[in-house]
Design a binder for this molecule. Structure first.
Ligand SMILES: O=C(CO)[C@H](O)[C@H](O)COP(=O)(O)O
Length: 235
């Protein structure tokens, strides 16, 4: 089974199990979420499902609009029934790395407004320990003027290496949907971090807007496996 097929079976299963009619749903970002939105659109047509979709990024907003789903926002729907999102890695304790697509800030805000955060992913995201599978580090969204001092402070506090994420089809840094930069923190693999504490300490650094560490947020993860099955994980 290809990676895309694995993403699709995880997304379809999660949408079918968690999205009920007359609910407000947070829509995550990334390539796996595309399949979740496809399934939502299918169910709207087939069974008259009524959902309002609150996006976590420009990409998610476009997906909602292009699929003719009802677009909502947190002003009107500050409490969501469920948020469905991808992840870059999920460890054995359901700690997530998110932000590979640069959308971590709005993803965390939307997840924090949802009663349940449901993760959909292919089998390459399923780890025992963070960093085992995902090699691009923990994304940290920062205010542009502060990226150098923040980089130094994190390096001194925890070690590892921080790389300013660069844009792909533009010269210079990657700029988030919120006008910020991203530092990808390649943390030392040998360290046995308490991610709750690390996340809290990172957020205390002036200029750090949000981290891609999602601790104690996810309710359940669905992994599409290579053999065509879907593996689930709960805390
Ligand atoms: O956090 C994210 C974007 O900021 C995505 O959820 C994460 O990168 C997973 O993406 P994909 O479904 O493409 O593997």
């Amino acid at each position: 089974m290809s990676l895309n097929e694995a993403k699709k079976i995880a997304a379809y299963r999660a949408v079918d199990e968690w999205v009920k009619t007359k609910t407000a749903v947070g829509i995550g970002s990334g390539s796996t979420v595309v399949f979740a939105v496809d399934r939502l659109a299918e169910r709207v047509k087939q069974e008259g499902l009524e959902v309002v979709c609150v996006p976590t990024s420009f990409q998610a907003r476009q997906l909602i609009v292009e699929n003719n789903l009802v677009l909502g926002d947190l002003d009107r729907y500050p409490k969501l029934d469920v948020a469905i999102d991808g992840a870059d890695e999920v460890d054995k304790d359901m700690v997530l790395i998110k932000g590979g697509g640069g959308c971590l800030l709005q993803e965390k805000i939307v997840a924090s407004c949802a009663e349940k955060l449901i993760i959909i992913a292919d089998y390459t995201k399923n780890s025992q320990k963070l960093g085992e599978q995902y090699k691009k580090g923990v994304p940290i969204e920062v205010v542009p003027m502060a990226y150098v001092p923040i980089r130094e402070k994190i390096q001194q506090l925890f070690g590892g290496e921080l790389k300013l994420r660069m844009a792909v089809a533009k010269a210079g840094p990657c700029v988030t949907d919120n006008g910020n930069f991203i530092l990808d923190w390649h943390f030392p693999q040998s360290a046995d971090f308490n991610w709750t504490e690390v996340n809290r300490d990172l957020l205390l650094i002036p200029g750090v807007v949000e981290t891609g560490l999602f601790v104690n947020m996810a309710t359940k993860a669905y992994f599409g496996m290579a053999d065509g099955s879907v593996k689930t994980q709960e805390k």
